[in-house]
Design a protein. Structure first.
Length: 79
């Protein structure tokens, strides 16, 4: 329960930022059929980096609070 705010906050923030980038790119005209693959690759790289960072942070936090190993793994993989 103590990690729920971290998980919900990270998911909501990441989803909001991604949708804003897509909408802005469509409005400005920088996202089209020719640039879509590059845009998606960039978003996938950013998602992997963020998930690694937040997962590592969640693991360290769970370990510091002496959370049971099963819960620590669940928290880390859920991010």
């Amino acid at each position: 329960v103590q990690f729920l705010t971290m998980l919900v906050g990270a998911g909501g923030n990441a989803g909001n930022q991604a949708s804003v980038r897509v909408i802005r790119s469509l409005a400005v005209g920088t996202l089209n059929r020719h640039t879509m693959d590059q845009f998606l690759r960039q978003e996938a790289k950013m998602a992997l980096c963020l998930s690694a960072l937040i997962g590592t942070t969640g693991f360290i936090r769970a370990a510091l609070f002496r959370t049971p190993p099963g819960e620590t793994i669940a928290i880390t993989t859920s991010v």
